[in-house]
Design a protein. Structure first.
Lengths: 284, 411
């Protein structure tokens, strides 16, 4: 922030106060996450820094908890499940969500406001309510305690994010491009894949990433609906935190932080690319 | 200019209909999917909160007899009791008396063990003794059986369609004569709703207090620097909820990072008990929900032309009044969008309070989970959930009206 020349003493003071408080808030946001990383290399089974760690004694650090994770069949199963459920529900959510977003972005869409609000509601309704309802409903269908039920549930939770991101790339979309292609004899399917898709791809991909992280991070529905065979990483962490806390949770948490950094970087790159492609100068 | 002919107008209308249909067809697959996988389950839950056939299936004949019972100050007549005794006898043989005791216990506190022991006693009688002394055995087994209130509770719990669970969820109860009254013995749920709303309010206020200056600061930075710092806001947003909750456990534990640090520098001699309190819930949830406040605020502030403030200042307004009267009102859309979203999310939060809240920091979602998983009172869980859902839908409606549901900021 450039300080204008006409600022007086109180202005300056206010400005520095603002800067200081902003940095404190940023630290509040980021430090709790970063503190996990060194703790996960703890050689002792504690959730806190040992004296050796503070004096940077190499003996106090170890990869013990990482080894523990990769030698524990429960964690391995949880990791596999998380990716399996996450990927399948993401594919489902992305296809359905993208298709719906294309319809919702049209001015001709009937009941647009109501349908949009309905389709976005899985994001708003508390997970405990969704999970309880799904438990009642899917048990009646015999889908509780299986992969199918969980995948369908997670797909439903992921679709709102796909709708939001794809709708965002569709605002300002020039439909005359699609009409031109149709006039020139392209089939509607070809128009979709060759004209519309390249323009909305960044939105589709970031929607898919959001849908994936939603499933990857979801634990309440899993708690209610999944059997022991469908335990995912967050489910395993949840019971670990409730029953016996040990630093292997910190190790898996560190790995999850790496996953989220990778996703965040991808999203950020996509966003810039999308804005370049639409010929808009990147705001902010 | 000639006006459209009827046939031209008809063609235009049919073209419009076609377009509407085409747009709608794109949405249909997801609409059906959401209705089946999401709306139907929630409908099932709402249904569960008013539909309760268990007792009616267990003691149908007793309930039929009870329909004749009029004076609720007297015991039901001998015949009714006799029918009940023989039904209890059958249930005991079918090993279903446990289920009945659970149901009665919900309708009338303290009945769990009474029903079980009475069922055992009655189970010992043979067919003849059942006829001759069944009723006496029942009344002798426990004094509760001689209380008309109990029979009234049984009659009510036998209703297949009931709003009783809503009464319980609102700490009300139905008296035979006085109608709906505030529950005398235990008032849990209203208190819990109030506490949940209070905590959500505190979290929302904290998010606004912490988020506003940061968003303001970021909005004034050049875009490449702002983007860089925004990553620090987005990283927590993308980090697993459980990871963030785990870190607060590590920080707040009795011998956790904060206590060790404070003791290490000699500021305190005894560790604070911070984990498993409502304080822990509030702090961890503020941390988790802060990005939802910062992102809409930032995007609104970014769009405010700085020349407004410059104009106000150069025209002689003091900085603080200028801020309050010019800048702040322009940020209200972002502030209210963020605040509503944070409030909506925090009211229904489950995971974080369950892990860091202890008994003190529990919210309404946690009691719903408790009734789903531990006490197996699914109907009450459904009623509590429906009330929560009603509240959330109201807030969501407000959000959709003023912000627009599809304007939720995701980064």
């Amino acid at each position: 922030m450039k300080i204008p020349a006409y600022y007086g003493f109180w202005h300056h003071l206010g400005h520095w106060l603002l800067k200081a408080s902003s940095w404190l808030v940023l630290l509040f946001l980021i430090l709790p996450i970063l503190v996990i990383v060194p703790l996960s290399f703890n050689a002792e089974p504690f959730f806190s820094f040992t004296e050796g760690m503070l004096t940077l004694d190499p003996e106090a650090y170890s990869l013990r908890w990482y080894r523990e994770i990769f030698n524990d069949p429960k964690w391995i199963l949880a990791i596999k499940n998380s990716f399996f459920i996450g990927i399948l529900s993401t594919i489902l959510a992305t296809i359905l969500g993208t298709c719906a977003a294309i319809g919702l972005a049209r001015d001709e869409m009937p009941f647009r406001r109501f349908i949009t609000a309905l389709l976005l509601s899985p994001m708003i309704v508390p997970l405990i309510i969704t999970a309880a309802g799904m438990f009642f409903f899917y048990s009646n269908l015999g889908l509780a305690g299986g992969y199918l039920g969980v995948i369908l549930a997670h797909a439903a939770l992921g679709t709102p994010f796909v709708i939001i991101t794809v709708t965002a790339t569709l605002t300002g979309f020039d439909y005359s491009l699609a009409r031109a292609a149709l006039n020139l004899g392209a089939t509607p399917i070809r128009v979709f894949f060759d004209v519309i898709m390249p323009l909305i791809r960044p939105g589709v991909i970031s929607g898919a990433l959001f849908a994936f992280i939603t499933s990857f991070d979801e634990v309440v529905v899993i708690l209610f609906m999944a059997g022991p065979q469908q335990r995912t990483i967050p489910r395993q962490m949840f019971s670990g935190l409730r029953e016996q806390i040990n630093p292997s949770i910190l190790a898996i948490a560190t790995l999850l932080i790496l996953v989220s950094i990778a996703l965040l970087v991808t999203i950020e790159l996509l966003r810039r690319r999308a804005e370049r492609m639409r010929g808009i100068e990147i705001p902010n | 200019m000639s006006s459209l002919t009827t046939s031209e107008a008809g063609q235009a209308a049919s073209a419009r209909r076609k377009k509407r249909l085409a747009a709608f067809l794109f949405v249909v697959p997801l609409l059906l999917f959401i209705i089946v996988t999401f709306v139907a389950p929630i409908g099932t839950m709402l249904w569960r909160s008013v539909y309760h056939p268990t007792v009616a299936e267990l003691i149908p004949q007793t309930l039929a007899e009870l329909e004749r019972w009029e004076d609720h100050k007297q015991l039901p007549d001998e015949k009714t009791l006799q029918v009940f005794v023989s039904e209890l006898h059958t249930l005991n043989e079918q090993r279903l008396s446990g289920k009945l005791s659970e149901e009665f216990n919900r309708a009338y506190t303290g009945m769990s063990s009474v029903v079980k022991s009475t069922a055992r006693r009655i189970g010992r009688l043979d067919a003849q003794a059942l006829q001759a002394q069944g009723v006496q055995t029942l009344l002798d087994a426990h004094r509760n059986w001689s209380k008309p209130e109990l029979w009234y509770a049984i009659e009510r719990s036998g209703k297949v369609y009931t709003y009783d669970y809503y009464l319980t969820a609102l700490d009300l109860e139905l008296h035979p004569d006085d109608g709906i009254q505030v529950r005398q013995d235990t008032q849990i749920y209203l208190q819990l709703y109030t506490k949940t709303l209070n905590m959500a309010l505190v979290i929302t206020l904290l998010c606004a207090l912490l988020g506003y200056p940061l968003a303001y600061y970021l909005a004034g930075l050049p875009s490449n620097r702002a983007n860089l710092l925004l990553v620090l806001v987005l990283l927590p947003f993308w980090t697993s909820l459980l990871v963030r909750t785990t870190s607060w456990i590590a920080l707040l534990q009795t011998n956790g990072v904060i206590n060790s640090f404070l003791m290490g520098i000699g500021l305190i001699s005894q560790p604070f008990e911070m984990l498993y309190t409502s304080f822990a819930t509030v702090v961890a949830m503020t941390h988790i929900l802060l990005p939802f406040m910062i992102l809409p605020l930032y995007s609104v502030m970014r769009g405010i032309d700085p020349s407004y403030m410059r104009a106000a200042l150069s025209l002689g307004e003091k900085p603080i009044p200028a801020f309050a009267r010019i800048y702040f009102p322009m940020t209200l859309p972002g502030l209210s969008a963020g605040a509503l979203l944070v409030f909506i999310i925090s009211v229904g939060y489950y995971i974080t309070p369950a892990l860091v809240g202890g008994t003190d920091g529990q919210m309404i979602s946690n009691i719903i989970a408790f009734h789903m998983q531990r006490s197996n009172n699914w109907e009450l869980a459904a009623a509590l959930g429906s009330l929560l859902l009603g509240l959330i839908m109201l807030l969501y409606w407000v959000y959709d009206r003023f912000v627009g549901a599809s304007n939720i900021k995701l980064g």
